[in-house]
Design a protein. Structure first.
Length: 134
């Protein structure tokens, strides 16, 4: 299954502490949407899930590393929750149906996603809305 996502914004990035974070967000916005969709589809193609998980881990680490002070706490929570959920996904044999309850019950992750995404929308100019569960 191939998903094509077309970038939706042209953004002037802010200066200061948010600049590096926003650069990462803008650079990876469409990749994260594409990867999220790829992971929630049943029966991913061989090798696709592994590559996608590795890519999401790399982007999550970058976002965590560059999170400005005003969202640092949510950035920490999101990084920790992403690791737990991705580890569970890998342990499930890349079967999202086996971790669906864990995904849906992760209020901490959802709150962190909402704060980080809200910041990215207002300060970085992205327009993406991420689905919250499979």
């Amino acid at each position: 299954t191939t998903t094509t996502v077309t970038p939706t914004t042209t953004t002037t990035l802010p200066l200061g502490p948010a600049a590096e974070f926003c650069a990462v967000v803008v650079q990876h916005e469409q990749t994260l949407v594409r990867d999220f969709i790829a992971l929630i589809l049943p029966n991913p193609e061989p090798g696709v899930a592994e590559k996608t998980v590795a890519e999401i881990r790399m982007i999550a680490d970058e976002l965590h590393r560059t999170a400005p002070p005003e969202i640092a706490e949510s950035g920490n929570a999101l990084a920790a929750e992403a690791k737990v959920l991705l580890d569970a996904f890998v342990a499930s044999g890349y079967d999202v149906t086996k971790i669906k309850d864990q995904l849906a019950s992760s209020k901490k992750a959802l709150d962190a996603v909402n704060e980080v995404l809200g910041f990215a929308k207002t300060r970085c100019g992205i327009k993406t809305t991420m689905p919250t569960s499979p």
